[in-house]
Design a protein around this ligand. Structure first.
Ligand code: 5GP
Ligand code: ZN
Length: 114
């Protein structure tokens, strides 16, 4: 069994509310949402963070944002706006070391984040 919680969700070994999945990414509800819309867009491939990214991953990172954009439209927040965030390393507060893009919206998002 995978040790990484997001790898376990990808493998169907842990539950999540899944909004979207294709051969490269999965998108599911954040377990502690900070806004009405809080979806994590996660590569199927386990990459610890942007620091683990190689040149061959450039299209994958683009695809994360493409899926975020589609989900924002689907969730009705394309016009009201949203924040798309990737945390990297200790100073960012990264807590799960499997790369993910946060899609956050549906209310005015504070800055800096809590
Ligand atoms: P980070 O700080 O690493 O960018 O964000 C990790 C995010 O993953 C947090 O917003 C946290 O709520 C979410 N998270 C942590 N564990 C789980 C889990 O088991 N399931 C889901 N759906 N989200 C999780
Ligand atoms: Zn993983």
């Amino acid at each position: 069994m995978a040790a990484c919680i997001f790898c376990r969700i990808i493998a169907g070994q842990a539950p999540a509310k899944v909004y979207y999945r294709d051969e490269q990414v999965i998108a599911f509800q954040d377990i502690h949402p900070v806004a009405p819309v809080h979806i994590l867009i996660v590569p199927i491939k386990h990459l610890e963070s942007i620091n683990a990214m190689t040149e061959e991953d450039k299209p994958l990172i683009g695809h994360l944002f493409w899926v975020a954009r589609q989900l924002a439209a689907q969730q009705g927040i394309a016009q009201s706006g949203y924040r798309s965030i990737i945390n990297t390393g200790p100073d960012s507060g990264q807590a799960v070391f499997h790369l993910h893009l946060h899609l956050i919206g549906g209310q005015r998002v504070r800055f800096p984040m809590g």
